[in-house]
Design a protein around this ligand. Sequence first.
Ligand SMILES: C[C@](O)(CO)[C@H](O)COP(=O)(O)OP(=O)(O)OC[C@H]1O[C@@H](n2ccc(N)nc2=O)[C@H](O)[C@@H]1O
Ligand SMILES: Nc1ncnc2c1ncn2[C@@H]1O[C@H](COP(=O)(O)OP(=O)(O)OP(=O)(O)O)[C@@H](O)[C@H]1O
Length: 286
Amino acid sequence: MERIAPGKVNLGLSLLGRRPDGYHELHTLFAALSFGDRLHLEPIPEGIAFRGRYGRRNLAYRAASAYLEKAGWPGGVRIVLEKNLPEGAGLGGGSSDAAQVLLALKALYPAEVDLFSLALSLGADVPFFLLGGVAEARGVGERLRPLALPPLPVVVFASGLRLLTPLVYREVKPHDFAPELPVEAILEALARGEEPPYWNSLEGPAFRLHPELQEVKARLRALGLKGVLLSGSGSAFFGLAEDEAHARRAVEALRRTGYARWGFLGGNHGAFAADGGPLPPSPGGA
Ligand SMILES: C[C@](O)(CO)[C@H](O)COP(=O)(O)OP(=O)(O)OC[C@H]1O[C@@H](n2ccc(N)nc2=O)[C@H](O)[C@@H]1O
Ligand SMILES: Nc1ncnc2c1ncn2[C@@H]1O[C@H](COP(=O)(O)OP(=O)(O)OP(=O)(O)O)[C@@H](O)[C@H]1O
């Protein structure tokens, strides 16, 4: 069984405040990308045979172990993980891998397991990846409302700087908090190809930790991309291109200085190949 684990960007991320549990209340729009990691999974009599970095600490391994434990070890699984997303870049790579493992194991070994709470226990971004597409999220990222967006050409760039999410959140100060995102106005601007009225509250902390990120953002803007924003806790940025040709030109200008890729975001029709053609739907839905 092959599955694509798409990356994500946050089409706006507002931190509303700090919660008693130490996490932050957020309001964000998740949008899945048309490219990501690739996982190959096959049933084996027992145990978890995993090929990928970090071994048992890998989120894909941890998702397999969590599901099989809850399902009463009906069998085992072999997982081969092909990473295409940069790590620690704010593109949700590990979280997406974990979600695809949960969906695949539910198809391989159906059981009365609440995937959603299992996903949340693995990480705040994991529940979104059970849905994919585009969704408004509140809470720590688990209260999801699916949204519809036409597939938009998007450019993603990561300079290679690893920004660990907990460190960025630890840098958050009270003046980084902001109001709720204007969701309808953002969706309208995106549909019209105008500059969306969104922001990412984590840019402040990230830029305080790594001021050089401001220059990366300026470079993407200078290429004519709209809505240039840090994705999640970074260090990747994304920007919206006028069309495919513009996206290709921007990637050409960026590719010598880091991870540069274009694709489509939005659309609730699952993953697309980066050239815009649809990938075969991954078995087991979603
Ligand atoms: C930055 C985002 O990626 C935006 O989508 C998410 O908020 C982070 O999602 P994630 O990487 O899955 O985060 P987790 O692995 O669950 O949490 C890592 C650390 O980030 C901080 N964290 C995460 C989410 C949140 N709403 N508030 C937080 O303060 C916590 O210190 C937590 O220990
Ligand atoms: N399958 C995995 N893919 C990538 N990183 C993983 C994976 N499993 C564990 N990790 C560890 O988790 C860290 C964060 O990985 P991930 O790629 O999810 O970060 P991210 O892209 O910033 O995600 P997010 O946007 O959710 O913060 C990595 O730096 C790595 O140490």
